[in-house]
Design a protein around this ligand. Structure first.
Ligand SMILES: Cc1cc2nc3c(=O)[nH]c(=O)nc-3n(C[C@H](O)[C@H](O)[C@H](O)COP(=O)(O)OP(=O)(O)OC[C@H]3O[C@@H](n4cnc5c(N)ncnc54)[C@H](O)[C@@H]3O)c2cc1C
Length: 467
């Protein structure tokens, strides 16, 4: 249960104004409505104040003062989070990293870049590309989300199968603890086992253990060829065989494996302006992409692999991208999820994981229960299959989202029964707090609470989130 709203903290605003330049603090109507909620649009509220630091030192001063006054603080990045993690309530102070968006020159010797937490992901990707590298992180919200938010949520996304989650792409990190202590190192070393690796405490802890101010990201070599295809498959068993074979055949160059169930394909290809790369209705659709470094041989190997799958009956139809425009058209289908808020405004959405051998059972169980409860309701399934990640959208028309708790019960029952995860990549935030115990044991949650109490004894950082 959320804690009771505490009384206003006497003196905290005066202390902040005394210690900081006045333009670092905004109040009331000066706080743009954008800071009243995150992408979820949940429960908009004007925070007590908005803090806009320009440096780690200012973040430290802000937190030291808030700690002294036991004042709750919510870190905000690009506000694209999908679980209400950056949502600040009226008695809380929002601390936005948006002014801390510097990107250092890429260190081309080691392939690293040091960035401030407020740097927008797309800007970091562009800086990496300009220096001949690839940033391993890529998510649909790239134009707005920040590196700090990506780290705080341990973001996943489109390229996890190739480059891993945010955690796998962070070499060093600087964060400010609740009491203002600056910790962490801007480590560039791949191997550094000098005691506890504290950065992992802050990666994925959603702003509850510290505020990330800077990070060193590991970059990757650029590839020189892209192969992309949109495939139709008989079903999930075939997709799992295709996944195993693609991993073996493509020698580590597999960079996307996006599976779409027929209901998803039918829905997105019906949206205005969308292509329909494959005719007919099939058991499953797959967007597969590989980025290689053998410009002469990659395309031939990729096509030979698809021919083999066709002969083996693992795929039943294929559309191979002949240009970057074709590749963009295929991705537009997958990225059409960004338009779901317009077309299905009251939908329930889920970002869950299942073991691969339980995925078919999970979809079947959820689908059967939803159909039994609300015949004909919209159910869309899609996901980064190689990462166990399934996204689910369930919409019961004309009920204004009234069935959300029952829909959640259906999905999380399946997650619990099949040892899945209630959050694959978006985090827990406020939205999934009450479901954490589906995927974490009592002992794990107790240890999380101990960590929280040790690092933030007054509980000022992002209260009522995650735990
Ligand atoms: C269209 C769309 C597509 C998306 N696709 C994906 C996807 O493929 N994979 C995926 O993982 N997510 C995805 N997301 C979710 C979201 O973009 C990610 O969670 C992203 O990492 C959030 O970054 P942000 O800067 O917007 O953070 P915010 O939303 O501002 O904050 C998110 C959380 O991080 C905390 N936080 C923010 N900055 C800091 C900081 N500097 N220090 C400490 N804590 C901080 C906040 O308190 C909050 O708990 C998508 C969202 C949208 C809207």
């Amino acid at each position: 249960m959320p804690s009771a709203i505490p009384p206003a903290r006497p003196g905290v605003l005066a202390a902040l104004f005394d210690a900081l330049p006045a333009d670092c603090i905004r109040l009331g109507a000066e706080i743009g409505v954008r800071h009243h909620t995150d992408w979820t649009g949940m429960d908009p509220q004007c925070p007590l104040a908005l803090l806009l630091p320009r440096s780690t030192e200012q973040v430290s001063t802000m937190l030291r003062i808030c700690h002294a006054h036991s004042q709750p603080v919510v870190a905000q990045g690009g506000l694209t989070g999908l679980v209400g993690g950056a949502h600040a309530r009226a008695h809380e102070i929002a601390l936005s990293l948006e002014r801390m968006d510097a990107i250092d020159p890429v260190d081309t010797s080691g392939g690293t870049v040091c960035v401030q937490a407020g740097a927008v992901l797309q800007a970091v990707q562009q800086a990496a590309e300009a220096a001949g590298f690839v940033c391993g992180l890529d998510i649909g919200a790239r134009g707005s989300c920040t590196i700090g938010g990506n780290i705080a949520t341990n973001a996943g996304g489109n390229r996890v199968i190739r480059y891993g989650m945010a955690r796998d792409n962070v070499l060093g990190l600087q964060a400010v603890l609740a009491d203002g202590t600056v910790v962490g190192s801007l480590n560039k070393l791949v191997k550094n086992n000098s005691g506890y690796d504290l950065k992992h405490l802050f990666i994925g802890s959603e702003g509850t253990l510290g505020v990330v101010t800077q990070a060193v990201l590991r970059l990757h070599p650029q590839s020189c060829s892209t192969q992309c295809a949109f495939l139709a498959l008989p079903g999930l068993d075939a997709a799992l065989q295709v996944l195993r074979d693609a991993r073996a055949s493509l020698g580590g160059t597999l960079s996307a494996f996006e599976v779409m169930w027929p209901s998803f394909y039918a829905f997105v290809t019906g949206l205005p302006g969308m292509d329909r790369p494959l005719a007919g209705t099939h058991g499953l659709y797959l967007l597969i992409e590989a980025n290689g470094s053998d410009a002469g041989g990659d395309a031939g190997r990729f096509e030979a692999m698809l021919s083999r799958w066709l002969e083996q009956g693992l795929i039943v139809d294929a559309c191979i991208a002949q240009s970057l425009a074709d590749t963009a058209r295929f991705w537009a289908l997958r990225d059409a999820v960004a338009e779901f808020p317009v077309h299905l405004p009251k939908r329930s959405t889920f970002d869950v994981s299942f073991p691969l051998d339980g995925m078919a059972q999970a979809v079947h169980a959820i689908d059967a229960e939803a159909e039994a409860a609300w015949p004909g309701c919209t159910r869309l399934y899609f996901g980064h299959l190689g990462d166990n990640n399934l996204h689910i959208v369930i919409d019961v028309p004309a009920t204004q989202g009234r069935h959300a708790p029952e829909i959640e019960a259906i999905v999380y029952r399946a997650v619990g029964a099949l040892q899945g995860a209630v959050s694959a990549e978006h985090g827990i935030g406020r939205k999934k707090r009450q479901h954490l115990s589906v995927s974490r044991t009592e002992a794990e949650i107790a240890t999380m609470r101990q960590l929280k109490a040790a690092l933030d004894p007054r509980g000022i950082l992002n209260p009522d989130k995650v735990l």
